[in-house]
Structures are given as C-alpha cells and as structure tokens.
Design a protein around this ligand. Sequence first.
Ligand code: GLA
Length: 489
Amino acid sequence: MLLKTVLLLALVSQVLVLENGLLRKPPMGWLAWERFRCNTDCNEDPKNCISERLFMEMADRLAQDGWRDLGYEYLNIDDCWIGGRDAKGNLVPDPKRFPNGMAFLADYAHSLGLKLGIYADMGNFTCMGYPGTTLDKVVQDAQTFAKWKVDMLKLDGCFSTPEERAEGYPKMAAALNATGRPIAFSCSWPAYEGGLPPEVNYTLLADICNLWRNYDDIEDSWSSVLSILDWFVTHQDILQPVAGPGHWNDPDMLLIGNFGLSFEQARAQMALWTVLAAPLFMSTDLRTISAQNMDILQNPLMIKINQDPLGIQGHRILKEKSHIEVYVRPLASEASAIVFFSRRTDMPYPYRTSLARLNFTSSKVYEEWSSDLLSGSPMNYVIDFPARRRPYRLTLPGSDLGSFGSPIKLFFSQVVVIWTWGQGLIRWGLWVALHKVLVSDFTSHGRCMASSGSSFHRDLQTILLAMPGLPPAPVIPAVPSIMVVVTAQ
Ligand code: GLA
C-alpha cells in the first residue's frame, strides 16, 4: 500500500511539475516566425528561407554582434522545419533545407555559446500543416528533441481538441522531464483556450510550462502591439500574479527591426515588454538590422529591468484622460521602473505628475532615468520631489555632458540625482550640485555616467539634470512614446 502510494505520488509529481529549474529570468533570444514565417522557397530565396543556412547565419550574428553577451542566447526555430517522420515514426527535418540535421544545428549553436529552440504542435498538424505531435507521439518526440540536444521546445496547439491539449501539454512536460535534459517548455496552450480562467488554469500552467502564449499572434504593425497590450492590461489582475521566475506570460515576439513600427513605436514596444517581464524574442533579420534598432534592442537598462531577479511582472497603475498611461514594475533593491506611455496621436503633450501621485511616498528617491534612446528628445518631466516639496523640471542630459566617469561641470541651481543600482544605494548629488561642486567630486562615491549624444547609458548609473522652478511646461514624449524612470521606493 505504502509503495503504491509512493509510486502514485512520484507519478503525480512527475506529471504535474516541470522541474527543470530553467528560465528564472524571462528568456531572451531570436525566434524565426514573425519575420521569416513559412518561407520554404530556398530556390528563389535561399537567404531567407527556413533552412539551416538561415539559422546558422543568425547564430553567427547573435554571437558576433553583442547579442549573446547581453543575454540574447536562444536561437529558436519555428514552424515549417519538419520533413516528415521516418520508418520508426521519428520526426525528421526537411532534408533539403536542413541537410545536416538538427543535432548538427544544435552543436553549431552550442559551439557559439547559444541555445537551440525547436517547434512542434500538440495536434494532428502544425499550424502550417506539417506533421504534428499527436498524443501517442509525445514521448517519442520529446526523446528526439533531447537526443538532438535541443534546449527549448515551443509546443503549438493547432489541429487539436481542448481535451487533447489538456492531456498533451502536461504529458509533454513530463516527457521532457523524463529525458533528463533541461529543455525549457513554451506552451501555446492558453492562447487556444481564450487565455483566461476558467478555461485556462494558470496554476497548473506555472507548474508545467516555463512560458506560455496567452493571446493572439503578433503581426508587424503598431495596431497589433496595441491590441496585445490592451488585452494584457485588461486582464492584468489575472495575468500579473501568475508570472514569476521560471514561468512567464508571453505577449509574443518583438517586432523591432522590421517594417511596421516607427522609431518611437519600436522603443515603446521594448519598454512595455520590459516592464511586463515578457520574454524578449526578437524576430528580425540580424544580418541587416539598423544601428538604431540594434540600440533599442541592446539597451542595457531595458535588459537589466527585464531580467530583474525578482521577476515581478509590471502593470498599469494609471490611465489618464489625456491618454498618458503609467506602468510600474517593482524591482530588486527596492527600486521600481516606471514607464510613461503616451498613446496620443497629435503632438508631444505636457504632462504633470509627481512621485507622490504615483504612490511613491518615501523621500528616499530618486533615480530618474530616461534617455534620448527610449524617449522623445528633448524630454522634460515634472516631478514633485517629496523632500523639496516643489516641482522640478527634469531634463535629459544633452550631448555634451561628458562620457562615463568623466567630470561634469554643473551650473548654479542644477540638480543631479544619481542612483547607483548595483549597490542599491541612492547617492545624492543634490546638495553637492547646488553648491556648485563638480560632479567629479562625487564620482569618487560611485561612478557617474551621462549619456553622450545619441548613444546612451552603458551602465545603470545615470545622471539627470533637474532645474528647479523653471517655467516651461513639461512635455511628455512625442507620440507614441516612452519614458522610463527608475526610482527607489
Ligand atoms: C501559430 C503560433 C505562431 C507561429 C505559427 C506557426 O500561429 O501562434 O507563433 O508559431 O503558428 O505556424
């Protein structure tokens, strides 16, 4: 009896919990689908078709252009790679497009310090009609992926019934576990059930999946980004609590670098996905991406916030009649990221607020961050500093503030606020600055950094200048736009 119970418990825990310890932070990487879709025409379009070549070239870029070192480590295949099943029922890749097989591609990725993700579908066919993983094939396919040394599986849900999915996703989690290889598990399951309880059991999902698509596919347009954002915000009370280290909501890929977003929209998607603790899967051509888009995707502050160890998903705290929205994500070291998001479509808009109004009551403030990278330029922002009880106009540093670590001359009545992220300490330059002391005097306390020109902070120590009492109205970003402020609680 006891043995039976133990065996049963072991079985239940194996079935219900994906114990891979992976993705304590939202995954970052590159995913083929949004940009390269199901282009299988390697004769006409050899450079862009879904093939070994495409993935190897992206792997090279990830490794050589700084992506991997910033955390973009997953190289993920999506639909349209499957050639069929062999005589034993094993999945095989299309032999023309993947002549060396998937184990070869995994080895190649690993040799560059990357991880390989693959795609399958819990159902009769993949969404594009390639062979699916039916219930009887779940274990076999998991073993195949492990044999190839795959590191992540996206399991789609086309061509199946709700009952098959309810059985198949937990079964795949158990099968992946049983391979002994740590394979991150990305489940599209909730997206097929409408994304909400009671059809979706997020408690169960958090146990068996490392991330999950909740909602519609992203398309290369701003309206698509907004529709996804709106859905996530509408249901944030349900979705926000279910995300955390090892299990993430996935609003789908980043479009940055493609054709549908303006510069400001691209920055907005990056900041919103960051504050939502979303997986950061780029889907763009890394061989031809512009420096400007690369800068957005490689913004170290965005990445640092996205990868914050607490793993708390941010949420919208304020929706103004003026179409300015405020999002907050609590971070480690008692910091918070605040995103000001303008949905206006007319012109830059003067927006007044204060930390107090946003419920940041402590006087132990402030890092303010924003830069010409993620916000319109020039950016001004009025905030009531509780300690001073009067508003200041914060202005982003211009291009001549010097570079990292170098002394910066301050003028009378300017205020510098510095937040040293790493040590979790606020360093006050306020009084120093008011007394016309050079910043170099307090760089000895902690390194200072100012943005220089259009390049932006390469670290989190940031300077903003605040000019007390200056009359001009503050302006919140040109539309649509983003400003990010990091503050201590
Ligand atoms: C579904 C998924 C997409 C993509 C396609 C591939 O639509 O949601 O992310 O994987 O299938 O066919």
